[in-house]
Design a binder for this molecule. Structure first.
Ligand SMILES: Nc1nc2c(ncn2[C@@H]2O[C@H](COP(=O)(O)OP(=O)(O)OP(=O)(O)O)[C@@H](O)[C@H]2O)c(=O)[nH]1
Ligand SMILES: [Mg+2]
Length: 257
């Protein structure tokens, strides 16, 4: 996180809304002074405490408007944006969506989401390696997601720091792709421990890579015994229905799923 990895050392983030001109900079306002030992622990605690307060505020906003907020986390390139493109296209007309995209640089992902016709805001974190609750607060104040909608927050590709920052989300979805190695839950336990769903993506590549579905499930369950796991391929569409059913079960009455 900030105090140890040096991310977002200049404290500046940039927001972009594709199709709109009102891109904005803001300072996300927490103390980035870097030092050693006890001081680092103090700064970490301070940053996380401030973040948790703002996360509670976001949570209150989401609850009041009946918005299901999901934080999508993974290593870079696991398929977060591809999964969103599929989901937003396949469930168009069934659920109302909005998306917040988090990346260090570029509006590439926001442009991809915009192409599906979904409301989207891009947050560029600069040197930062995770989204925090303040950035999300700022984004939702600008985009005003609708009541009774689903808000996807695609975090910066990183299995470490985003685990520590509650954004106020209801669900945290960790995506792992089969090219990453089946040991990842053991190596990045915080992320798997704090997640409420695990999606294993790119199963179409299983014939070509040494990756055991059984092993990765076993490793994930060692960290988080009750973690539901869904296997998908965004390329072939395999398993996506199970993901859609899971998503709908979180927002719709059982008879409508
Ligand atoms: N074979 C295969 N490729 C996939 C699948 N899903 C995504 N990809 C590819 O994986 C690459 C990365 O996908 P993205 O959706 O951009 O991944 P991401 O997690 O959003 O990446 P970052 O935002 O950079 O962290 C792209 O080339 C996708 O086409 C899949 O199920 N199978
Ligand atoms: Mg992406």
């Amino acid at each position: 996180m900030c105090a140890t990895c040096g991310c977002s050392a200049d404290g500046s983030v940039t927001m972009h809304i594709p199709g709109q001109e009102n891109n904005q900079d803001h300072n996300h306002g927490h103390d980035h002074s870097h030092s050693h030992g006890k001081r680092i622990v103090d700064v970490e605690q301070d940053i996380l405490q401030q973040n948790n307060l703002l996360a509670e505020r976001n949570k209150g906003y989401f609850d009041a408007k009946n918005i299901l907020a999901l934080n999508l986390v993974s290593s870079p390139g696991s398929g977060k944006t591809t999964l969103l493109e599929k989901t937003l296209t396949d469930l168009k007309g069934q659920l109302t969506f909005a998306v917040i995209e988090g990346d260090q640089q570029t509006t590439n992902d926001a442009d991809r989401i915009h192409a599906t016709g979904t409301k989207v805001t891009q947050i560029n974190t600069g040197k930062g390696c995770h989204l925090d609750a303040h950035m999300v607060l700022h984004a939702i104040q600008g985009m005003k997601p609708k009541n009774d909608s689903v808000l996807f927050i695609e975090n910066v590709g990183n299995l470490v720091c985003p685990a520590m920052f509650d954004l106020g989300e209801k669900e945290r979805v960790v995506i792992i792709s089969v090219t990453e190695g089946d040991d990842k839950p053991l190596k990045y336990p915080d992320m798997f421990f704090t997640s409420t769903l695990c999606i294993i993506n790119k199963i179409d590549l299983l014939p070509y890579v040494p990756f055991s579905i059984e092993k990765v499930k076993e490793n994930a369950k060692k960290i988080n015994r009750n973690l539901p796991i869904i296997e998908v391929s965004c390329t072939t569409g395999a398993g996506l229905q199970e993901w859609y059913d899971w998503l709908k079960s979180k927002v719709l009455a059982p008879e409508l799923v």
